[in-house]
Design a protein around this ligand. Structure first.
Ligand code: PEP
Length: 251
């Protein structure tokens, strides 16, 4: 049985003051005991959030890490080892905003994946298709290629300590959500791709759905057999809404 995970991606939002309010809001939530909860603040706020959520059963992660695992001469980047040192236990990798705006390739994402795991962080590998790709019937091929880049580079065994997040690009921040059936189809394909290499491992990998998840649609999405929780952007900036989404993932 896979334990659900609900992850809040705070993106490039927040000031020290607004982050302090969000921390207080998250601390006030009644979170289900059978769901893992994590938040991913901007790098600048990681230390504040780790300190502010101490003892709150909420994990903290980074939104990206460098291709090199250890600290060194790489201006502007943050090493996985530094995230780990700051109290992070997870890291988002390959978010579509980075793939699109910063032209992050599958190969770069695969290197970051290895860097994260080398430092004991759990990578949350984001995959997903654009609207044009979906309309062209390329969804499963695109997602399959993004996943294969990591499997080919590091072997399927690397996914025993990783999470996959299916995030259709057209659903991110757009208010459009994949229907539970649309999402399930892709989640099942992701699991089948992993299962082709290792069926038992594939059964244990958590696959999150992301793309305009909110309290109103979370339960229906999380009720699908291969959807093991959510990666939540905009709605995670409202602590009450985020708390409700976390509760929707509970039994
Ligand atoms: C995201 O950025 O990971 C995301 C899913 O955003 P939103 O929930 O705002 O669509």
């Amino acid at each position: 049985m896979r334990r659900p995970l609900v992850a809040g991606n705070w993106k490039m939002h927040g000031t020290r003051a607004s982050v302090a309010e969000l921390i207080e809001g998250v601390r006030r939530q009644v979170l289900p005991g059978d769901v893992d909860v994590a938040v991913f603040p901007a790098c600048l706020h990681v230390a504040q959030v780790v300190e502010g959520l101490a003892g709150a059963s909420v994990m903290v992660g980074g939104q990206d890490c460098a291709v090199e695992p250890l600290q060194g001469a790489l201006t502007g980047e943050v090493a996985a080892s530094q995230l780990q040192d700051a109290g992070c236990v997870m890291v988002l990798l390959g978010h579509s905003e980075r793939r699109q705006v910063l032209a992050e390739s599958d190969q770069v994402v695969a290197r970051k994946f290895a860097a994260a795991q080398a430092c004991g962080l759990v990578p949350v590998l984001c995959v997903g298709e654009t609207l044009e790709q979906r309309q062209a019937g390329e969804t499963l091929a695109v997602v399959g290629r993004q996943l294969a880049a990591v499997i080919d580079a590091h072997g399927v065994a690397a996914f025993s300590a990783a999470v996959v997040a299916y995030e259709p690009v057209w659903a991110i921040g757009s208010g459009l959500t994949a229907s539970p059936e649309q999402a399930q189809e892709v989640h099942a394909a992701i699991r089948a791709q992993l299962a082709a290499a290792d069926a038992e491992l594939a059964r244990g990998v958590r696959i999150l759905y992301g793309g305009s998840v909110k309290a109103a649609n979370a339960a229906e999405l999380f009720g699908m057999p291969d959807i093991d929780g959510g990666l939540v952007g905009g709605a995670s900036l409202n602590a009450d809404e985020f708390g409700a989404i976390c509760r929707a993932a509970g039994s």
